[in-house]
Structures are given as C-alpha cells and as structure tokens.
Design a protein. Sequence first.
Length: 134
Amino acid sequence: SLVGAEAEASPKSIEQQRNLSSCYNGAGRMNRAVGNLVAAKQFFEKDLGVIDKLCDLYPEHPDLPIDRAVAHFNLFLVSTSREEELLHLDMTLEILDRLPADGAQQVEQLAQRARAERKHHGHRTRPLLRGHSM
C-alpha cells in the first residue's frame, strides 16, 4: 500500500507510522466484523508492533499510550486463549493506569470496558474505533 511504502521509506516518521498503524487497525476491525478472526488478529498484531516501536522512539508523545491500550484491547477481542485474553486486558489496564488523570472521556470509556471485561471475563464486545487516538 502507499501508506506502507511511505512508512517503510521513513520508519521514524511518526505521522506515517501512525497512518500505517491506523490502516492495520482498520483492516483488523473490518476482518473482525466479517468474522475473519485469524486475519483480524494478524492485523491487530501488526498495529501493536508499529505502536510499540513508536512508543520506544517517542516516549513523550501523548497519544501513543492510548493507541497502545486500544491495540491491546483489540487483541483481547480476538484472543484464542484465556491466557492471551488476560495478558491483553492486563496490558490495557496497566497502560491506562499510568496515564495522567486528565478526565479524558475516551480513556475512561476504554478503562471501564477493560475493567468490566477483566471482572466478567468471557463476554466479547465490539472492537474500539480509533483514528489517531481512538
């Protein structure tokens, strides 16, 4: 894809890498919506890989932790084992718990969903929609 080619040409460009991440996330959501969970999981894993690299390169960027939490939550939604589900829920909550308490509605919504899933494990919900920061 054009976005992928641009991101590969500029691997440290945060804007291009976030565009690539958003494309992977969208492809994951689309595949999950049509029931192709294997492909959805692959795209969500690619999304998380891009976000993890960006978090390493830009640790002070304010939107990246939220992107990372959403990526983990989406991977929870397509997990194939209880261990995977718990790993991704715990990572989602760990990331959200470290964010400054600025009252952001999106963060609170994700935190509530992740805590509810962690508490009442087993019920699947829709993946979160995310542009650049959910």
